[in-house]
Design a protein around this ligand. Sequence first.
Ligand SMILES: Cc1cc2nc3c(=O)[nH]c(=O)nc-3n(C[C@H](O)[C@H](O)[C@H](O)COP(=O)(O)O)c2cc1C
Length: 176
Amino acid sequence: MRVLVAYSSKYGATRGIADRVGERLTELGHEVDIERCDDVEYPEGFDAFVIGSAAYMGKWRKEARRFVRHNADLLAGRPTWLFSSGPLGTDRVDKDGNDVLVAAAPKDFEEFEERIHPRGTMVFFGALDVDKLRGPDRIVSWMPENDALPEGDFRDWDAVDGWTAAIDAELATSAA
Ligand SMILES: Cc1cc2nc3c(=O)[nH]c(=O)nc-3n(C[C@H](O)[C@H](O)[C@H](O)COP(=O)(O)O)c2cc1C
């Protein structure tokens, strides 16, 4: 199947996850394009979609939200999966006892569930290199209440690979 992996990444962590999903799907026999959301020219040419964005301040990046809204009818009619790259750290449960990955689902997922009925949504741990941060992001990361922004690469490649394998399995049943 022709699969588009479209992503929005500010500092590269989400691009790395998109690349990994794309590489795995290619190994599994799909014809895959990996593109920034704003660079996608002809989404109608794909049979299935995986769309991912980094989350900032609880939301997906504008470029990714625009891509989903602009192509909502197309995405609603073809198998589509969404992922968000967000929480940092290694704890799966926060101090209030909530699952970190559930709590980090961007606000946009609710709207997108309604509009395009994705086959699945997923939140992956992200990565943060404070030296790379620009402008207001740098200031936000210094705020004491943001000790929830630990530095490091927390991307869980096993989780990414497992999710990608599940997408492949579901695509195989839709193609049959
Ligand atoms: C200023 C700032 C705000 C952030 N806000 C959130 C957030 O609201 N939710 C979340 O899950 N992660 C948040 N993060 C973590 C980023 O989403 C994470 O580092 C992500 O992997 C970055 O991806 P990118 O390099 O592709 O932009 C924030 C990071 C920074 C620096």
